[in-house]
Design a protein around this ligand. Structure first.
Ligand SMILES: *[C@@H]1O[C@H](CO)[C@@H](O)[C@H](O)[C@H]1NC(C)=O
Ligand SMILES: *[C@@H]1O[C@H](CO)[C@@H](O)[C@H](O)[C@H]1NC(C)=O
Ligand SMILES: *[C@@H]1O[C@H](CO)[C@@H](O)[C@H](O)[C@H]1NC(C)=O
Ligand SMILES: *[C@@H]1O[C@H](CO)[C@@H](O)[C@H](O)[C@H]1NC(C)=O
Ligand SMILES: *[C@@H]1O[C@H](CO)[C@@H](O)[C@H](O)[C@H]1NC(C)=O
Length: 473
């Protein structure tokens, strides 16, 4: 939240004429004062609110019930860092602190990088490759996932089990993940050794199942959670904080609309990851790449002649795309094609230096992974997109992140990138492309393993410390 609002502020300061600037200044100040007033009134009218800002709180799911937990509904329960396990102690591991600091520096660097267009500040594809490798190996050895079991006879087996058939299409990531996980060495049948619990419902089969349909998804998810809450003891231990689900279809954002408090706790591994207020909560959720599945490498990946400066093709379904169309529809160097292409898509991706990803209905599309697959440097035109694996990968080293407002100067930005800089961007794009591919069976460092790594970092760093009066297991 802080990130996106300061970002907006930055932009408004840079771009608006003086009169507007004065108005916005007034607006900011009056908004700030109003907020302060509201907070003050809230604090003075709420007797039992703790004033300790340093204390983290965990929201417990509110389920209709008559048991002792109902007295906790609507309140927040303080949690403490898990104490008796070295591996789980967030602050015992200095490398984690270093990593967090680096991620912050990266974020700030990126903000300022947007305005001066300098993409050579950091040429490394990874924030810290050695640290990542060391962590990854640890994850690969120790991460254990318990999957709530469902039989083939379950009436909703189509939603809960991985499909037997080949997985294709735009939202394949969620089913490819499930299929890969179920066969992996990360699975445990013993819930006591599990770091995380997987709720294996998938969004795309729910959407197309006439018994559920889009409107039925929130009800299904609510019932599902209510079922596992009653049948198993694991949910109640953490209020769902060590539980996760996976969604690539953007309709997944409504999945928890009837389990609102559960959403505040579970880890969401999703393609539609945006910092802008939405159902995605960047501090606990993780971004997974949307990938159109392809096997093997394109034959002329390294030899192709990239004559065109930039390429985009797609529907005009968002204000950003309209803006792009307005400026670049007839340009000879930036080829922005709206609607169906006459030539093969692969030809364009192999023949362009930069391939543009533009926010459509959501911040994410498969175009980033498409670009990388074809060795084309992605341009990211999707404000507030929490880019996949952003805590591991240095996106500035293999992509060009452009704010919506800079669409009119897009060509200038791209022409300002020297041949050397382009070579650096492209060679890094080739270096990281493996992280944006699904393999059957999965291979180390691919989209599946990277997603597992993101989940691992979000495993129970914190646990509810139960006091006798809170004992409800
Ligand atoms: C870009 O970054 C490089 C390396 O840090 C620096 O030498 C150069 O002066 C910067 N250029 C601009 C325009 O800021
Ligand atoms: C990850 O674990 C698998 C299975 O134990 C093993 O085959 C693979 O080599 C490991 N990869 C790394 C990078 O440690
Ligand atoms: C919840 O459990 C009931 C009873 O076993 C079952 O009929 C229903 O399909 C389950 N619902 C979900 C969403 O798992
Ligand atoms: C977990 O808590 C809910 C809500 O209080 C309760 O209905 C359920 O029975 C509890 N589950 C178990 C397994 O005790
Ligand atoms: C592009 O060309 C078409 C056909 O000549 C014209 O109607 C349209 O206004 C042009 N668009 C821009 C942005 O120049």
């Amino acid at each position: 939240m802080g990130k996106s609002s300061s970002f907006l502020y930055q932009v408004s300061q840079h771009r608006f004429p003086a009169a507007l600037k004065g108005f916005f200044y007034f607006l900011h100040v009056s908004l700030a004062l109003t907020t302060l007033l509201v907070i003050f009134i809230y604090i003075s009218t709420t007797g039992n609110v703790t004033n300790d800002h340093a204390q983290t709180t965990l929201y417990l799911q509110t389920l209709p019930s008559t048991s002792s937990i109902s007295s906790l509904i609507g309140q927040t329960i303080p949690i403490v860092p898990f104490e008796n396990n070295d591996n789980d102690d967030l602050f015992a591991d200095p490398s984690r602190i270093a990593r967090m600091t680096r991620a912050n520096q990266w974020f700030l660097g990126n903000l300022f990088g947007l305005t001066n267009g300098n993409y050579t500040d950091n040429q490394e594809a990874y924030h810290d490759g050695d640290l990542f490798l060391q962590d990854y190996k640890q994850m690969n050895k120790s991460l254990k996932i318990y999957v709530y079991p469902h039989s083939k006879d379950d009436p909703f087996a189509n939603v809960l089990l991985p499909p037997d058939s080949d997985i294709k299409g735009n939202f394949a990531s969620e089913l490819l993940f499930k299929k890969a996980l179920m066969k992996s060495h990360f699975i445990t049948k013993d819930p006591n050794e599990a770091d995380l619990f997987y709720m294996p419902f998938s969004i795309s089969p729910m959407r197309t199942d006439p018994r559920i349909d889009v409107d039925g998804i929130p009800g299904f998810v609510k019932n599902y959670i209510s079922n596992i809450t009653r049948k198993y003891p694991y949910w109640n231990r953490t209020g769902g904080a060590d539980h996760f689900y996976v969604a690539c279809h953007s309709i997944g954002k409504i999945a928890f609309d009837k389990a609102f408090v559960a959403r505040l706790n579970v880890i969401q591994l999703v393609c539609s990851s945006t910092y802008f207020p939405s159902s995605y909560l960047p501090h606990k959720d993780a971004s997974m790449p949307q990938v159109w599945p392809r096997q093997g490498d394109p034959p002329n990946l390294l030899t192709s002649q990239r004559k065109r400066l930039a390429f985009f093709a797609g529907a005009v379904n968002s204000p950003v795309r309209i803006a792009l169309l307005k400026v670049w529809a007839n340009d000879t160097e930036i080829f922005a094609h709206f609607g169906r292409l006459q030539t093969p898509y692969s030809e364009q991706l192999l023949g362009s230096k930069f391939c543009i990803h533009v926010k459509g209905f959501e911040v994410n599309t498969a175009r980033v992974a498409d670009a990388l697959y074809y060795g084309c440097v992605p341009i990211i035109l999707a404000n507030h997109y929490d880019l996949p694996f952003t805590d591991i990968l240095n996106w500035k080293s293999f992509s060009v992140i452009v704010h919506h407002i800079d669409i009119p100067v897009l060509k200038k930005i791209l022409q300002g990138i020297s041949n050397d800089e382009y070579s650096m961007l492209q060679s890094n794009a080739l270096r990281v492309r493996k992280h944006f591919q699904w393999n059957v069976p999965p291979i180390d460092f691919d989209a599946f393993h990277m997603s597992m790594y993101e989940l691992w970092k979000r495993r129970s760093v914190v646990r509810v410390k139960l006091t006798p009066s809170m004992e409800f297991m």
